[in-house]
Ligand binder design. Structure first.
Ligand code: PLP
Length: 411
């Protein structure tokens, strides 16, 4: 259902820029699952896009101290100088990229960073290449900003990663951006240096194409995976790349709303123009908290990642033991993106045919009371996403139910 349909029913004509944007499937499933919970059904929701850990104490203390110091007013438009300095320090220390403070911007979450960047750079009809499966917001933001998402399927056989020949074929004179995300929401797939190099080669041959990389899950990688980012690999890309990151996932700070990016000065300035007429500055208290997150102790990240890795192994192992499901081992983030081609064409005990991944997820919610998200919501079918950022007890119970639900399908 599109927003247009729902709003027009109430006699309102939405702007054409949102006419084709659908209400997020993830939100719809979440709303339905919560309604079922309120009715007393024992629903387990494996849809959360946020860590189940708490914000670290030193970060909370820094926010309280900022309030006590009176840091409760507008700050510099796209981030306080102190926070920009902390971000520059992070980019240099962790990624080996030397961004000056005027090459850094801060917004109310990485989502607003993406919005600012596309709003500031896309003209109607400009194309943005997005590999699928993709984080659902990407294509909607591009469309709201007047651009055209060019979706390139990258399935499990490709490790959910874009290949150089696919990129080469997708580039046209109208291509403005290539948007990459590593580790990925929803697949958990990450690009190693070796994966990035052939894509970088293509990028160097097409200087009119800019690169946006979303490194939001940088710190959540497993099995010793070495995270890297394109500008660190190829400095020649720095003049036309935006390296996006934030504190939401690594520091369990989703509610504080701080995202940031490094990029060329002219783009950063244009993004500030958009932000100046949207939200002015990011929250002053959250900025103080983000400084503490970036400059403070980092050792807890290892412990939290180890806990996620244990849950990843549990989920992947259980899924692969179920007939009809097939799950790649993700390199990072806290999601699995399991294939479910093997359950298509089966019939549920109540006589419904499972024709799509959305049917399968609806069956799991209705009959097993487990909420997961179909691949169609992320632009690639037939798959489904599990977020394992939840307790091991709930995961085990949910996987038991999924296993029983799959065993009950008639083949
Ligand atoms: C890949 C990716 N990028 C960005 C974001 C948004 O992060 P923020 O909370 O900083 O807006 C998310 C949140 O789910 C995400 O999954």
């Amino acid at each position: 259902m599109t927003i247009a349909t729902t709003i027009e029913e109430a006699g309102f004509q939405p702007a054409s820029r949102i006419a084709s944007i659908g209400v997020s499937t993830i939100l719809q499933i979440g709303a339905r699952a919560n309604a079922m919970k309120r009715e007393g059904l024992p629903v387990i929701i494996l849809g959360a896009g946020e860590p189940d850990f708490d914000t670290p104490d030193n970060v909370k203390e820094a926010a309280k101290a900022a309030i006590d110091r009176g840091e409760t007013k507008y700050t510099a438009l796209d981030g306080s100088p102190e926070l920009k300095k902390a971000i520059a320090g992070k980019f240099l220390r962790e990624n080996g990229i030397d961004y000056a403070v005027d090459e850094i911007t801060v917004a109310a979450g990485a989502k607003q960073i993406l919005f600012n960047a596309f709003m500031a750079s896309l003209n109607p009809g400009d194309e943005v290449i997005i590999p699928t499966p993709y984080w659902t917001s990407y294509s909607d933001i591009v469309e709201i900003c007047g651009g055209v998402p060019v979706l390139i399927p990258c399935d499990a056989a490709a490790g959910f990663r874009l290949k150089a020949d696919q990129l080469e074929k997708a580039i046209t004179p109208k291509t403005r951006w290539l948007l990459l995300n590593s580790p990925s929401n929803p697949s958990g797939a990450a690009y190693s240096q070796a994966d990035y190099l052939p894509l970088i080669e293509v990028m160097l041959r097409h200087p009119h194409v800019w690169l946006m990389v979303d490194d939001m899950y940088e710190h959540i990688v497993y099995d010793g995976f070495r995270f890297t980012t394109p500008v660190a690999i190829e400095p020649r890309l720095k003049s036309r790349a935006l390296t996006v990151n934030g504190v939401s996932k690594a520091y369990a700070m989703t509610g504080w709303r701080i995202g940031y990016a490094g990029g060329p000065k002219a783009l950063i300035k244009a993004m500030a123009v958009i932000q100046s007429q949207a939200t002015s500055c990011p929250c002053s208290v959250s900025q103080a908290a983000a400084i503490a997150a970036l400059n403070g102790p980092q050792d807890f990240l290892r412990e939290r990642t180890a806990s996620f890795q244990k849950r990843r192994d549990l989920v992947v192992g259980r899924l692969n033991a179920i007939e009809g499901l097939d799950c790649l081992v993700p390199e990072g983030a806290f999601y699995t993106f399991s294939g479910c081609a093997g359950v298509l064409g089966t019939t549920t005990p109540s006589g419904k045919t499972i024709a799509t991944d959305a049917d399968f997820c609806a069956y799991l919610l209705d009959e097993a009371h487990v909420a997961v998200v179909p691949g169609s919501a992320f632009g690639l079918s037939p798959y489904f996403r599990i977020s394992y950022a939840t307790s091991e007890t709930d995961l085990v119970e949910a996987l038991d139910r999924i296993e029983r639900a799959c065993a009950a399908l008639r083949r």
